[in-house]
Ligand binder design. Structure first.
Ligand code: FA5
Length: 322
């Protein structure tokens, strides 16, 4: 209101300028315009004074006094959401690996056949490429990269990262993967994996054992042992299956570990030289290892969940427990 007053009646206000211009008018005009503008000025000054007083008198306290407001009524609590158990564990995995010097990377969920299979040394006739195992996207076939697929594992990110950053490398890639398979208590068609890749000079599997034992011990907050068994994956040589000591029976043998004392955990191995070449890295100069574990299964173990499908079926009664 005061701004408006200055705009009209102030030293450089619109009306003040008109009043100043009166001196240049003829005598007759001076009289008419002078009288009229003085009248306007007096009435505006009155109006402004009145309005400013009125505004000063309507304070918030006075307005509130007019209606009854019970300050003792308890407020309505808002339902706060929380982080999904899968994301909670993923964040923890990322934190532990970051502390060990690993960078956290990402890769596309819709992949080309090349990155998902050929680049990883998985040949055209490999059973994983059957319609039963893979979701193919209806797309034109690209000469060098094939069709588009929903990635069946996080391993394609190995080649993408090698191509982009070269060696040395120390990364993990958490992400969602898809397989066309019947679901049961421990298998889903959409689940989460974490890929790991370390490329450098003079790298051996003993480094992998040390990193995994350290990671699992920190994650579970109790000493965890790791064991290697031979395993086959076309993109590693030699290939391994990695187990860790059962946390429920501390290795003594129980129903959950099928009385073996060990839990199956992940696939791993020394990166195959064809994969290093596909990533543009010279296998004579660098070598390294890779691993891929099921994040969803890790969450199940962490919270003792006995059916994988509970994690993604959106039942709030279940999800709210974590
Ligand atoms: C792979 O996917 C390899 N890419 C892993 C790898 C990476 C090996 C790097 C060597 C080097 P596999 O198909 O075994 O491997 O899956 C890895 C993990 O994903 C399994 O150990 C399991 O924990 C999890 N997994 C596999 N299928 C399912 C499923 N249907 N539902 C939930 N978890 C699954």
């Amino acid at each position: 209101m005061q701004n408006l007053e200055t705009e009209i009646l102030g030293r450089k206000g619109k009306l003040t300028l008109i009043l100043r211009g009166i001196k240049d008018l003829s005598d007759e005009e001076k009289r008419t315009v002078g009288q009229l503008s003085n009248k306007v000025k007096t009435s505006l000054e009155k109006e402004f004074e009145h309005k400013i007083k009125e505004l000063e008198n309507t304070s918030i306290e006075k307005e509130l006094g007019k209606t009854f407001f019970d300050t003792t009524i308890p407020g309505k609590t808002r339902q706060l959401g929380h982080i999904h158990p899968l994301s909670q564990v993923q964040e923890e995995v990322e934190r532990i690996f970051s502390q060990m010097g690993f960078a956290v990377m990402d890769g596309p969920e819709v992949e080309s056949e090349y990155y998902n299979f050929e680049g990883l040394n998985i040949p055209k006739d490999h059973p994983a490429r059957d319609m039963q195992d893979t979701f193919f996207i209806q797309s034109k076939e690209d000469q060098s990269h094939g069709k588009l697929v929903l990635r069946t594992h996080t391993s394609p990110a190995q080649i993408r990262t090698m191509e982009k950053y070269g060696a040395p490398l120390r990364i993990i890639v958490p992400g969602r993967v898809f397989r066309y398979e019947a679901t049961d208590a421990s298998h889903d068609a959409t689940f989460y994996q974490v890929e790991g890749l370390l490329i450098d000079k003079d790298i051996s599997l003993s480094h992998l054992k040390g990193v995994m034992a350290q990671f699992l011990t920190r994650l579970f907050g109790q000493p965890v042992k790791v064991r290697f068994r031979p395993g086959y994956f076309p993109f590693v040589e030699p290939g391994l299956e990695v187990d860790f000591s059962c946390l429920l029976c501390e290795g003594k043998g129980c129903r959950v570990c099928k009385h073996s004392g060990w839990m199956e955990f992940m696939g791993a191995g020394m990166v195959h030289e064809n994969v290093l070449k596909a990533g543009g890295i010279n296998p004579k100069e660098y070598q390294g290892w890779a691993f891929g574990f099921g994040l969803t299964r890790l969450v199940m173990m962490r919270y003792k969940i006995d059916d994988i499908r509970l994690l993604t079926n959106s039942d709030l009664r279940f999800i709210k427990q974590f």
